[in-house]
Design a protein around this ligand. Structure first.
Ligand SMILES: [Zn+2]
Length: 179
């Protein structure tokens, strides 16, 4: 990403991996190559996220099983958070647990109430290898936990149990994108 450019402006919109695609259900690999391909992947992630009107996107959602995610997400105070993290580590999650509506570009059109911590801190590096720490509260904390889950091979239905889980899986099975 060049300084001053709009994230995703040079990216390509990629097809999204959908629930059931094996790439979503396996842990992603650590990034070791910080070359131009990594910067291009981050651009593609932004382009794809914006095209789908998402607030976050993990690399395995475009079929690349590596530990990278991007976000452009408001918190509960409507402050905008924009960035990317390579090799993120959730270092802290705390505060109260809040059940709130959550969706995912890999389960288009669906939503469920998911319990998440109200505060989250993630450390990692940028595409150029600079250390970065991202702190989030409210909806943005939810986004950070959701994206870290993706890179661990988990999708949000796995955070549900009982009736909520069954109801969501029933809707997913009936969704037009489901095979
Ligand atoms: Zn998601």
């Amino acid at each position: 990403m060049r300084h001053g450019s709009i994230p995703g402006a040079h990216g390509r919109v990629r097809p999204l991996a959908l629930l059931g695609d094996p790439v979503l259900h396996a842990p992603c690999a650590e990034v070791t190559d910080f070359g131009p391909e990594l910067a291009a992947l981050v651009e593609d992630l932004f382009a794809t996220m914006y095209a789908s009107r998402g607030v976050g996107l993990a690399a395995n959602q475009v079929g690349e099983g590596v530990r990278v995610f991007v976000y452009d997400c408001p918190d509960d105070e409507d402050e905008r958070h924009l960035g990317h993290v390579v090799n993120p580590r959730p270092v802290e999650a705390g505060g109260v647990v809040v059940r709130g509506p959550e969706g995912c570009l890999s389960l288009p059109g669906l939503e469920a109430g998911v319990e998440r911590y109200d505060e989250a801190v993630v450390t990692g590096v940028t595409v150029t290898g600079e250390p970065v720490t991202v702190r989030g509260t409210g909806f943005f904390a939810r986004c950070l936990q959701h994206e870290c889950d993706h890179l661990a091979g988990r999708v949000y239905p796995e955070r549900l149990s009982g009736l909520r889980h069954r109801r969501l899986m029933r809707k997913a099975a009936r969704a037009p994108w489901s095979r």
